[in-house]
Write a protein that binds this ligand. Structure first.
Ligand SMILES: *Cc1c(COP(=O)(O)O)cnc(C)c1O
Length: 383
């Protein structure tokens, strides 16, 4: 069974990404289930090209790859997690490579880069997200240019369009971690990036019930190398996870639209709250990279970070005082989640009272009432 024809059909008949997330990754032959069911298979009867799932994939993984690949606009390879996909990109690097990494980025990517540097595999240059001049220099000299925009957790927007268009050292890879924007708000491959990374665990899965990742490459040859890394390192997606990820992705456009609309409202209200000192949201005109966000993002996303007045203890009190919003680390799901990021080991460099809020799809009035009561209670508890 192959979904390749389904992809061509789908692309031909689908004008918009809102329809693509619903229609992609289906087997359209008469009598097939509308959704590709979970494929619990490692071993296949020989003779039809598919022998062993780690090498040859399964229709379940292919459904997810077709869906995300169509969104990002390239050839997708599904992995066990976002980090497995990131590791496959680093796996392409020759010994002694130069890696350019943002000063603010996902801690897992930064941790992987510094672990490899300690072992003598490559050297890492950290560059400020907004220092476009230095990024352009890095394009000419680095073997891996790693962008993440909006960044985690400061939500700084890089000049992705300018950096992706710059000439690169031959053989270099320019990767964009597109998890926070999702391919609905930003399409790095169309801007000239080589690969785009999704932690499917977050917005695409959307229900805090799976780990998965997808890397999409502009060139099929790069996707083939990533597939080879997946095969050799065994970082394959789970059967149930791939199924749940496609199921979650069906509502991605609806969920994101609602969540980012609510995020804008909450960011504006938080900015006027007497117990909040700083609000970082790419859609607020006060945000330092608002112009870049307006230029590059179709929507501003649903993650906000803000500082509670009164330091770490006050911020902790906000987290534990919330009733509707979950005190939890991850993001991009139907339920709103909040975390004081500097409480996470390795993140102590962040402002101590920075709270990262991932806005879900609950009623915005209820979310605001919850934040407001927790901020007021916090002040009473800590003064
Ligand atoms: C969560 C996350 C990852 C890692 O994804 P996992 O699925 O947890 O391995 C990578 N990048 C960003 C921006 C993330 O938020």
């Amino acid at each position: 069974m192959t979904l390749k024809n389904a992809r061509e059909d789908g692309l031909r008949h689908t004008a918009s990404i809102e329809s693509w997330v619903v229609s992609a990754g289906r087997d359209r032959r008469p009598g097939s289930p509308l959704n590709v069911p979970p494929w619990p298979a490692s071993n296949f009867v020989l003779g039809d090209g598919r022998a062993y799932s780690r090498d040859d994939g399964t229709p379940g993984w292919e459904a997810l790859e077709e869906l995300v690949g169509g969104l990002e606009g390239g050839t997708a390879v599904a992995f066990a997690s976002g980090m497995a996909g990131i590791a496959a990109i680093f796996d392409q690097l020759p010994t002694g490579a130069i890696v350019a990494l943002p000063d603010d980025c996902y801690q897992g990517a930064a941790g992987l880069a510094s672990a490899g540097e300690r072992r003598g595999r490559w050297s890492v240059q950290r560059i400020a997200v907004t220092d476009t001049a230095r990024w352009l220099e890095a394009c000419a000299t680095a073997d891996l240019i790693w962008l993440e925009s909006p960044s985690n957790p400061l939500l700084t927007v890089a000049d992705v369009d300018v950096i992706c268009a710059a000439p690169r050292k031959p053989g270099a890879i320019l990767a964009v971690d597109n998890t926070f924007a999702t391919p609905l708000n930003q399409r790095p491959l169309a801007l000239g990036a080589d690969v785009a990374v999704q932690s499917v665990t977050k917005f695409i899965g959307g229900h805090s019930d799976l780990l998965a990742g997808v890397v999409t490459a502009r060139e099929a040859s790069v996707a083939a190398q990533l597939r080879m890394s997946r095969e050799l390192t065994g970082a394959t997606p789970g059967t149930l996870e791939a199924f749940l990820a496609v199921r979650g992705a069906r509502t991605l456009a609806l969920r994101l639209e609602r969540a980012q609309h609510s995020a804008m409202t909450l960011a504006e209200r938080l900015a006027g709250h007497p117990h909040v000192s700083v609000v970082r949201y790419p859609g607020l005109p006060s945000h330092p990279t608002y112009d870049a966000a307006r230029r590059q993002l179709r929507g501003f996303g649903s993650v906000i970070s803000f500082d509670a007045r009164g330091g770490a203890a006050s911020a902790d009190a906000v987290c534990t005082g919330l009733r509707l919003i979950q005190h939890a680390t991850s993001l991009g799901a139907v339920e709103s989640t909040i975390e004081r990021r500097a409480s996470v080991p390795g993140q102590e460099h962040l402002p101590p009272s920075l709270l990262r809020l991932s806005v879900g799809i609950e009623a915005v009035g209820d979310l605001w009432a919850d934040l407001d009561q927790a901020l007021l209670t916090m002040l009473e508890a800590t003064t």
